[in-house]
Design a protein. Structure first.
Length: 324
């Protein structure tokens, strides 16, 4: 028996979350005595595929056809299920990313497998009885999910498991599963990406701002702070609704859910819908002039002050520290 890991790529490059998923699977394999096989779908260069061995994969199944260059939920599900059956996988691991959230339940249903989505720690137990800690109620609580079926599917939250190097020489094998034409009844014709920005779901540091910035003309200091920190920029829902910032930057329950190592909230009161999307951040820093702002109740560090005074001083201090 083995563990199958589906590894996502963007334009032929693996995301950080892919290496996290492989590292996570390798840690489970070390506990259970299994080995890890990675599945890559899309046009990925051999150099990138070899990297998967560095994080614990002993073999890489490579599916490389023009038809599958762009993500197609149904077709990718069929391939993952086919691969899991061919290697008799007892566990399938995916990243709990935008595409992973659509794939994991489909894969579990087709394999009649137990599913734990949004895992944040290694499972405990063994064999047909694993317990997986996941986030629950939009990040306001934790759940311990018991997986008792012979086949299990776990989707791992980004930034919840540290990447670990194993330095294994992975073998690469071209894999050509049969795919039904019905799997391509819905296809993605074009993907437009903001290539000059750090991806929010992948970001380790996020600088976010709300209505306390008073208008879009004041966002330059947020972008400057993000540039100094090497961070992604984000915003609250009212800001994106007002058209100050693009909806692609909206984080929260109805936007993008993030779990960075550092989340800096500037001029955001901390409504429950926003907190639901950022509460799994490892460290939260809040800057707000209202000492009663709800965000301070969940903050690790808080600064009560005017953002227009605090943020420029913070930028200056960071530049001095970095010698910029």
């Amino acid at each position: 028996m083995s563990i199958l890991v589906y590894v996502e790529n963007t334009d032929g490059q693996f995301k950080k979350s892919a290496f996290e998923a492989v590292s996570y699977a390798k840690a489970i394999a070390d506990q259970s005595g299994n080995h890890v096989i990675a599945l890559s779908i899309g046009n990925v260069a051999e150099g990138q595929l070899n990297l998967l061995g560095k994080y614990g994969a002993t073999k890489v199944l490579n599916v490389n056809t023009e038809q599958l260059k762009s993500f197609v939920n149904q077709a990718y599900t069929t391939i993952i299920v086919d691969a899991a059956k061919s290697i008799e996988a007892s566990l399938i691991v995916l990243s709990n990313s935008f595409s992973g959230k659509g794939l994991a339940p489909r894969v579990a249903a087709k394999l009649n497998a137990a599913l734990a989505d949004g895992a944040i720690e290694l499972p405990t137990g063994s064999g047909d009885n694993l317990q997986v800690k996941t986030g629950a109620f939009s990040g306001k609580a934790f759940a311990f999910v018991a997986l008792t079926s012979p086949i299990k599917v776990i989707s791992l939250n980004p930034n919840s498991f540290e990447i670990k190097e194993s330095d294994i020489a992975a073998t690469i094998e071209n894999y050509n599963p049969s795919i039904d034409a019905a799997d391509f009844s819905t296809i993605v014709k074009e993907i437009v990406r903001a290539t000059d920005k750090i991806s929010l779901p992948e970001a380790e540091i996020v600088v976010s701002a709300g209505r306390g910035l008073k208008g879009p003309e004041n966002w330059a200091m947020i972008e400057e702070l993000a540039n100094v920190l090497g961070a992604a920029t984000a915003c609250s829902k009212p800001v994106s609704d007002a058209g100050w910032r693009p909806h692609s930057e909206h984080v929260g329950q109805t936007g993008i859910v993030v779990s960075p190592n550092l989340y800096i909230a500037i001029g955001i009161s901390g409504a429950i819908q926003h907190l639901a999307g950022v509460s799994s951040s490892k460290t939260i820093v809040v800057i707000n002039k209202d000492p009663e702002a709800p965000f301070f109740k969940v903050a690790d560090y808080g600064i009560v002050g005017d953002a227009f005074e605090v943020v420029p001083k913070l930028i200056t201090a960071l530049k001095t520290y970095k010698g910029l």
